[in-house]
Write a protein that binds this ligand. Structure first.
Ligand code: OXD
Ligand code: MN
Length: 593
């Protein structure tokens, strides 16, 4: 037997001795196994069958109401030295962390089945892909992992070939939030998660492995593991550019990845291809370009706000074989959430008769889990072993004021600063206050498995002779007017901005240099037919130098938080930008579109 399978067997035996399950099931990833799991959960009530006519083979799971989102305050990066986790992470000494959770794992699986899930993050034959094994006592987790990863026999065979794998141990425990911990041991390539069944805390291939552990591995091995969608934009000549875009959780990555061209764009033959909606692993190819894979095989998307106007591709994807979590139900047992349509639900996410006095019918972080292959815009290129070449990297957050619709960084170093300085309002994807502006560098604040200062250095290190790096942009779909209404229509209309981005990559769109970067030249973005109004046109394409000077001061103090470890080049770049703003007359840098 190979040494990795030996190591796996020993680990499984050790976990079983600690957690004391009633039985152990090695998962093969087959249809029959999935069916059996679903049937079992229908019997226990963990799943509720939805209307089989409108939603074949689709199910609802209602979580414990105290377990509905990621728990950033209970998520730890346990490196031997605290400084290696950085001010961006909660840290615990590895020995102390193991002792703390092992005490909770002791006997945690008594009377339960312990499932062993070998999985592969990325196409099974991709050199960029990496494998892991999750041990869990939750059949809901197994069913979700089957949709979200390449799980089972093929992954086990690859683990044998690779000789190594990431170890993820999970138990729902007793779901007591006071006994909930999501611990990462990047140097041991291992994860221990207890007390939650929620996706981001419990599907360990996703945030825990593909971002926190992988970002650590990526730094060591010279690649990038990022919180980014990957989308292909094909123009009427048949040229496709792939764009990787980082937005914080619940800021529209799934919608952008599944955009459908409308109006003139549809008529002219533009097409949009979905590669991934949440995570992107990128590695330099022999040609100097960055090549990317989506390590996931499914979408774990936010349901509320998904409707025929916002994301028809998602609705088509969800037509069958979907697991819903914490959505509401109509009287004929169809899943329902705010933003789907104007029907009135019968039952809310907690199973109570719907009463609007109780708040939204679906939990704001209600989710769907569905195979990417069901998405009409999913492309075969997403299965390519070598990945897709990335032409542009886009950063963006929820910024109700100040930040224009789009600008381009002048070079890679400036782009890294733009990503590091990203700010966004918090959302329901994590527990805690919603709508609070925070810095969320590269949308990785909750997900970077090491010190952000070292992460910024790692990003900067890609700029070396021979590299043909993507151009870097920043977008803001979330600018609001004085009445609190969004100024930009967003969704399908975002293709207008993507068009400018790819024309900049090709060198055919004009831009105007400003102290914050390059903005579209007048007429550069097609706003025909949008009726934005004068105030919005001005605000979306202007640079308020006074406001930006204040922003730069705030960015400087954020960067100060990383102390001496912050790369000098990033500090120099921030000072260069601050000086450029100070030397610019205190007036709006307005662009008439
Ligand atoms: C997610 C998240 O689930 O970012 O993708 O929270
Ligand atoms: Mn995410």
């Amino acid at each position: 037997m190979s040494s990795s399978l030996d190591a796996l067997n020993q680990w499984v035996a050790g976990v079983a001795a600690l957690t004391k399950p009633e039985r152990i099931q090695w998962c093969d990833g087959s249809d029959a196994e999935y069916r059996q799991l679903v049937d079992g959960m229908l019997t226990t009530g963990d799943l509720i069958a939805l209307n089989p006519t409108t939603h074949p083979r689709s199910y609802l799971h209602r979580s414990n109401p105290s377990d509905v989102a990621r728990v950033e305050h209970l998520t730890f990066v346990c490196t031997p030295r605290e400084a290696d986790a950085g001010p961006n992470n909660h840290w615990m000494d590895p020995a102390q962390a193991h002792a703390k959770v092992d005490a909770l794992f002791d006997g945690a699986m008594q009377g339960r089945t312990m499932y062993v899930i070998p999985y592969c993050m990325g196409p099974i034959d991709s050199p960029i892909a990496r494998c892991g094994v999750e041990i869990t006592d939750s059949p809901y987790v197994v069913a979700n992992m089957r949709i979200m990863t390449r799980m089972g026999a093929a992954a086990l065979a690859r683990i044998e070939r690779d000789g190594s794998f990431v170890r993820g141990l999970h138990s729902t425990g007793d779901l007591d939030p006071d006994k909930r911990f999501i611990m990462h041991f990047p140097e041991e390539l291992s994860i221990k998660s207890i007390g939650s069944g929620y996706g981001g805390n419990a599907l360990l291939g996703k945030k825990c492995h593909a971002l926190r552990i992988a970002s650590h591995q990526a730094r060591r091995e010279g690649w990038l593991a990022e919180h980014m969608l990957i989308v292909g934009v094909e123009d009427p000549r048949g040229e496709t550019h792939y764009i990787a875009a980082a937005f914080p959780s619940a800021c529209g990555k799934t919608n952008l990845a599944m955009l459908i061209p409308t109006g003139g764009y549809a008529k002219d033959g533009w097409k949009v291809w979905t590669v991934g909606d949440d995570i992107c692993w990128m590695t330099p190819g022999d040609d100097g370009r960055l090549w990317a894979i989506n390590p996931e095989a499914g979408f774990f998307g936010v349901a509320p706000g998904t409707g025929a106007n916002t994301n028809p591709n998602a609705l088509a994807t969800l037509a069958h074989d979907t697991i819903y979590t914490n959505v509401a139900l109509t009287s004929d047992n169809q899943p329902w959430w705010e933003g789907l349509d104007d029907r009135v639900p019968a039952v809310d996410w907690q199973g109570r008769p719907y009463d609007k006095a109780n708040g939204p019918a679906a939990h704001p972080n209600a989710r769907f889990t569905v195979s990417a292959r069901q998405c009409p815009s999913y492309t075969d290129k997403a299965e390519a072993a070598h990945g897709v070449p990335i032409s542009a990297i886009v950063f963006g957050g929820r910024r109700p004021s100040l930040v224009p619709l789009v600008f381009e960084a002048r070079d890679w170093t400036h782009g890294v600063l733009v990503g590091a300085a990203m700010g966004s309002e918090t959302t329901a994807a994590a527990t805690g206050a919603v709508g609070v502006m925070r810095r969320d560098s590269m949308a990785m604040k909750p997900f970077c498995g090491y010190n952000f200062a070292d992460y910024f250095s790692h990003w900067l290190s890609f700029d070396k002779p021979g590299a043909k790096l993507p151009k870097i942009f920043h977008v803001n779909w979330f600018r609001k007017d004085t009445d609190g209404k969004f100024m930009w229509p967003g969704y399908g209309e975002n293709l207008r901005v993507l068009e400018w981005i790819i024309r900049r990559v090709e060198g055919t769109a004009r831009g105007i240099d400003t102290p914050i970067g390059t903005l579209p030249a007048p007429g550069g973005i097609n706003v025909e037919g949008l009726a934005l109004g004068q105030a919005a046109e001005r605000a979306l394409f202007e640079v308020d130098t006074e406001g930006w000077a204040t922003e730069m001061t705030d960015i400087a103090s954020y960067l100060d938080g990383f102390g001496d470890r912050l790369p000098r080049a990033l500090r120099d770049e921030q000072q260069r930008m601050a000086a450029a703003l100070a030397n610019t007359a205190p007036r709006a840098w307005a662009q008439a579109v």
